[in-house]
Design a protein around this ligand. Structure first.
Ligand code: SAM
Length: 331
């Protein structure tokens, strides 16, 4: 099933909570947020029912995200419900890693397939400044645990000029030591990134140049037909890494992602019909209709603007409508 721009529905990003235990300056820079009321957040049974609808429409990859997904109580129980679904080929989790070490065995036992941990710096003082919490050691323990249990993982790093752009080599070396493939993400002007400016973006060519200076020639890895946002590269010693150039070279044209927010009311309200007890067929028709009307390509539209500034410049607006923020939409 394709949308108006011919893009198939393949991927579902499932935000299980809007809450987070870090305050990354590029995502949740404020002290206080208006959280979704708990009663509005989907129960696991409701989430599972909606995942069935998405699977019946062609989705075969689901990623749990947030907010910080591991803040939601008993995420392994949700994983257990999803992992057994026929048609689901790939069940992954994106986490900041703070609570990962404690939960890794339960997540793995429940059937979680893959893990990505977000990590922007290896320096404790920077981590504290960037996230406002002194949790680098916990994240490193989480990464070590994921590496032990899964044998490999992905490490997602947002590169920001003047913040961590001098750590690219260190991060690749760290990644290698834990069997983690680093993916460098260009800083995006999404809701929440109220301090974004074009000057703070380190674009793909610059990332490649820095790494080439240190490692020598870097070879792109050809992955024909892939809709994955990361382009992957190979260092001469066999180490691989990725770059997600979502700001300077957006991948809207191949974006097959749908997003289900924790309360399932953004864009298309699925919670109300679900709670009114409509049939799975009616839910299916709603989601199908929504996807078939889809024509957004936000990152490309913003790139075309030329004179860019933070996506949602008015902080008050974000505070009044939590649905605009990355942590609510699901990162
Ligand atoms: N809390 C989890 C985590 O930290 O991985 C999941 C949610 S978080 C919003 C998902 C990803 O979005 C993280 O890797 C984060 O670094 C990234 N992200 C948030 N704001 C961003 C921005 N302005 N530009 C690029 N990536 C961003």
């Amino acid at each position: 099933m394709n949308d108006l721009l011919g893009r198939p529905l393949r991927n579902l990003r499932l935000s299980v909570t809007d809450r987070c235990n870090l305050r990354c300056e590029y995502c949740m820079p404020d002290d206080d947020y208006v959280w979704l009321p708990r009663e509005d957040v989907l129960h696991f049974e409701e989430t599972s029912a909606l995942v069935d609808v998405f699977l019946s429409l062609g989705v075969d990859k689901v990623r749990l995200t947030g907010g910080e997904p591991l803040l939601r109580r008993d995420v392994p129980a949700l994983v257990r419900m999803l992992a057994v679904k026929p048609g689901l080929r790939d069940l992954a989790l994106t986490t900041n890693g703070v609570l990962l070490a404690d939960q890794i065995d339960a997540l793995h036992g429940a059937g979680l397939g893959r893990i990505s941990v977000s990590l922007d710096t290896l320096r404790r003082d920077r981590f504290l400044k960037l996230t406002r919490f002194d949790q680098l050691d916990a994240v490193r323990e989480g990464i070590a645990a994921a590496s032990r249990v899964y044998g490999q993982l992905k490490i997602d790093t947002v590169v920001i000029r003047g913040v961590n752009d001098d750590e690219l080599v260190d991060l690749i070396e760290f990644g290698r030591s834990v069997s983690g493939e680093v993916r460098f993400i260009e800083y995006m002007d999404v809701g929440g990134a109220s301090r974004w400016s074009p000057a703070r973006v380190v674009a793909r060519p610059e990332i490649l140049e820095t790494l080439t200076r240190h490692y020598g020639a870097i070879a792109p890895i050809e992955e024909p037909g892939s809709s994955a946002p990361a382009e992957r590269f190979l260092l001469h010693d066999g180490t691989t890494f990725g770059i997600i150039a979502s700001t300077t070279d957006p991948f809207c044209a191949t974006c097959d992602r749908s997003r289900l927010t924790a309360d399932a009311t953004r864009g298309l309200d699925l919670r109300a019909p679900l709670r009114q007890g409509v049939s799975p067929e009616e839910l299916r028709a709603l989601v199908a209709g929504g996807w078939q009307r889809r024509d957004d390509r936000g990152a490309e539209d913003r790139l075309a603007l030329g004179d860019r500034r933070a996506f949602v410049p008015v902080q008050d607006l974000l505070k009044k409508d939590p649905h605009l923020e990355m942590h609510t939409r699901g990162g």
